[in-house]
Ligand binder design. Sequence first.
Ligand code: PEP
Ligand code: MN
Length: 426
Amino acid sequence: MHETERRSIPMVNPDIPQTYLPVYPDQEQVDMSLNHIRNLPPIVQRADVDNLTMSLGQAGYGQAFVIQGGDCAERFSDATRSHVRAKIGSLLQAAFIAHNLGNTPVVTIGRIAGQYSKPRSHVYEKHGDLTLPSYRGDAINSHVFTAQARTADPQRLVRAVESASTAYSYITDLEKSFFISSINALEWNTTGNQTKQYRDFASLVAEHNDIYSQRIYISHESLLPYFEQAMTDTAGYNRGAHMLWIGERTRYASSPQLVYAQQVHNPIGVKLGPQAQPKDIHRLIDTLNPEGTPGRLSFIPRMGAGHIRRVLPQLLRAGKEDGRPVAWIIDPMHGNTLEVAGRKTRFLTDILEEISEFFDICADEAVDPAGLHIEFSGENLTEVADSPQSPELEHMLDEALVDPRLNPRQLFDVAFATGQLLAKRR
Ligand code: PEP
Ligand code: MN
């Protein structure tokens, strides 16, 4: 492969305010959709939102570890038994490994049942002579490349809630069944059961026969404040997800996404890219957790393996200086996105390196590593490459709908590495 075919994705500048909100052809239709959403049954329970806040608080103090993950962007068509099972199964496998190798309670949060809207760096996408608005997630438009499909459609907001509700209802069925019990660990997701990684997992299962099961919480990026507001009850709980996060692109001062998040009780995560500064930490804590409630605020650094060492230490120090509790959850995906031969990808080697750096930096700064935020699929696809040396790189990559996800085998590598780092944690 020629070096020129590989390029980094330009960094976003979070200090340049952009709302990333879609423009609809007809506002009246949007209002009708939102009114309908206000009357739909809630998806999650308030008590569970509070339980998750408490668990995140414990993670912030090093008493638990969060594994948060799933697709970059879910499709409505993913709200099926097989997709949900595969994703939850993979999440449980990763949690089992972190729990048993790391000897720590794990809090599992899916990027699932509502991860339907995306802030896109490129407003337009070009194929041949045709330029159309980018795909922004199923809650906004369709990935199909026609002018009609790419037009923002307010009916999709209603379908987003309905699909989330369908997916979460199945997740609660799995919680009530034996599926989530560790007794069932070998049935969680058998994709890749021919691999060494799966055999290592099976050996770990054989060694650890204490039986446990854990709750599955759901989360998504809080990108569309009017939509999130329609899912918010009179007590100030967003009933569409347990946890919400704010993206790197929309965390600037007084962004509509931040203003909305200030008003809800749910735990909030904020992504932090390599341009984040200590003053952002102080501002975000003041804005989102003025009272210092443990678990209310998590920071999710996504620096890239090449930047984390330079940027993260001063941010951790700013958090300590402030003194109000924060849970630090590493996202080793979003700072490591590259383009190879026109396809977005990431290298597993970079992902593993950023996780390992994160644990080292936390140890140096005496901050507890609280969790891991990842994008993975429960299916056997190749969107992430194992390393820059992977042969035939440009031919083996599957096209990622939005961002490249780990496959189940790569997720095992990430989980084992994380478990080992947890075990050695200083
Ligand atoms: C994402 O989580 O898919 C995402 C867009 O992340 P970030 O805001 O960190 O770029
Ligand atoms: Mn993503």
